[in-house]
Design a protein around this ligand. Structure first.
Ligand code: HEC
Ligand code: HEC
Ligand code: HEC
Length: 125
């Protein structure tokens, strides 16, 4: 290869690298930030898989049979998982919504249930 050919080869390589890195980064990922330290109500792996059933089951039992336990309470999820900045689990980067957006899941829960912890919003409800 003549010298300028070699140079062009390296120039192309240099130009291509950032583009490749950019392409890899553009793969969308859910935005999962857990601001509060500690543990979930179950192991994260179980939560990822089973939280829909935990919540739905609890809802049915709560409403139809009057059973109330705190373990899988939606209120408790919100208490822990509301973001430090927004104090909410919904919104673009909210813990619940960002992952649901990613998975194309739509919830109607927060039309009735608070998406923010009770105490974080300050003095007035
Ligand atoms: C039409 C209003 C409405 C919608 C929509 C709704 N809920 Fe509820 N939910 C209630 C009411 C009312 C109660 C009983 C009162 C209470 O305990 O807050 C309740 C109770 C619950 C409870 C037990 C109490 C608690 O805080 O944990 C859970 C869990 C729950 N709902 C989950 C859900 C989930 C998950 C969704 C979405 C898939 C949902 N709800 C959608 C009205 C609603
Ligand atoms: C006492 C605080 C607390 C409560 C209550 C809580 N969580 Fe968690 N959750 C955490 C923490 C801390 C982690 C990450 C640590 C870990 O790996 O266990 C986590 C992890 C998760 C994950 C896995 C996220 C990932 O990395 O993919 C999901 C999903 C989840 N929680 C959903 C819920 C739901 C739904 C509820 C309500 C039924 C709930 N959590 C209640 C603190 C809590
Ligand atoms: C790590 C990603 C992730 C996080 C974080 C997450 N979810 Fe989910 N959620 C999913 C996925 C994926 C599904 C669909 C699962 C399926 O269809 O089997 C789902 C489904 C649900 C459903 C059932 C919806 C329906 O109509 O069937 C409820 C209720 C729910 N999530 C509540 C929550 C709440 C409340 C939080 C925040 C405390 C939360 N999720 C956080 C991934 C997540």
């Amino acid at each position: 290869m003549p010298p300028h050919g070699l140079l062009r080869f390296f120039a192309c390589l240099l130009l291509a690298l950032p583009a490749l890195a950019f392409a890899a980064e553009r793969t969308p990922k859910p935005f999962i930030v857990i601001d509060k330290p500690g543990q979930c109500v179950e192991a994260a792996e179980i939560m990822r898989r089973e939280h829909p059933d935990m919540l739905k089951h609890q809802r049915d039992r709560t409403m139809r049979e009057g059973i109330r336990t705190r373990k899988y309470s939606l209120k408790e999820c919100v208490e822990c998982h509301a973001g430090a900045k927004t104090a909410s689990v919904i919104g673009e980067k909210g813990f619940c919504q960002s992952c649901h957006d990613y998975a194309s899941v739509r919830l109607d829960c927060f039309g009735c249930h608070a998406s923010k912890p009770k105490l974080a919003s300050g003095a007035k409800p």
